[in-house]
Design a protein around this ligand. Structure first.
Ligand code: GLN
Length: 261
């Protein structure tokens, strides 16, 4: 009986110590008072698509028109978010798999994408253009016969190139992101690539790439902020209201001007 009491006393002491320890641990970790109710949206984006999203190597932060528009709209509409710059194809996949709530990545609004995405109102118009080495003789898509053309996976440029490859007699190689696609053209692995017009021009100029744009802009269409079809309607609606507000108060124009528009 005595030993039973002793064991019980020891057990009680151990339990008390454990609960004290647990309390202590809780207090230590309790310095972030994030209320459970405040939703933090996860927004996926491209990893290299200047001037819309790109790493500022001085600050090690992602900057650009998309990043600034999103920040201004979130401030206007008072929502919390974090951006994951995972690359274009990965961003689309993250939204479809529910790992991210939405994507902002210079993403063209298309009827085909509307089958799987809900889009915001358009916030910038852009089409694709042919990009060739600075010393290339290629002047337009008609000159691509027999050429190997680089594209970036899941983009409008890739879709377009694949849709006309047979007609113009060229083959297509797919790359993961814009920088590797540009390098393939600069180094001569590919004779040309298709890229969004403002991105090609901005990247060539700001990074002094040995490339030039040729021919006409193809399929100019608006970019939109997108969520998985039927999900996050509230977020899309906040984006639209916020976009209208920052257009009305001049912030949208200031953002574009900052990047040369
Ligand atoms: N605007 C193009 C598209 O939607 C390219 C986007 C991108 O590469 N980030 O397909």
């Amino acid at each position: 009986m005595k030993s039973f009491k002793r064991i019980a006393a020891i057990l009680l002491a151990v339990l008390m110590a454990a609960s004290l320890f647990a309390c202590g641990a809780k207090t230590e970790g309790g310095d972030k008072p994030a209320p459970e109710t405040a939703k933090k949206y996860v927004i996926a984006s491209d990893n290299a698509f200047a001037p819309f999203e790109y790493l500022d190597t001085d600050t090690n932060q992602y900057v650009g028109i998309d990043m600034d528009i999103l920040a201004a709209i979130a401030e206007d509409q008072k929502f919390d978010y974090e951006v994951q710059n995972v690359g274009f194809d990965a961003a689309l996949n993250q939204v479809q798999s529910g790992q991210a709530d939405a994507v902002i990545a210079g993403m063209t609004i298309t009827d085909e994408r509307r089958l799987t995405f809900d889009f915001s109102d358009g916030y910038f118009d852009a089409g694709q253009i042919l990009v060739v080495p600075a010393n290339s003789e290629i002047k337009s898509i008609e000159d691509l016969k027999g050429a190997n053309v680089a594209v970036k996976i899941s983009t409008q440029g890739a879709d377009y190139a694949q849709s006309v490859a047979e007609q113009y007699g060229f083959t297509v190689t797919t790359y993961e992101d814009s920088p590797t696609m540009y390098q393939a053209v600069i180094q001569g692995t590919n004779a040309a690539c298709f890229e969004d017009d403002p991105v090609a021009r901005y990247s060539i100029q700001s990074q002094h790439l040995e490339l030039k744009v040729v021919g006409d802009v193809i399929n100019a269409k608006p970019y939109g902020f997108a969520a998985k079809l039927g999900e996050n309607a509230e977020l899309i609606s906040m984006f639209n209201t916020g976009l209208a507000n920052i257009k009305a108060n001049g912030v949208y124009d200031q953002i574009l001007a900052k990047y040369g528009y």
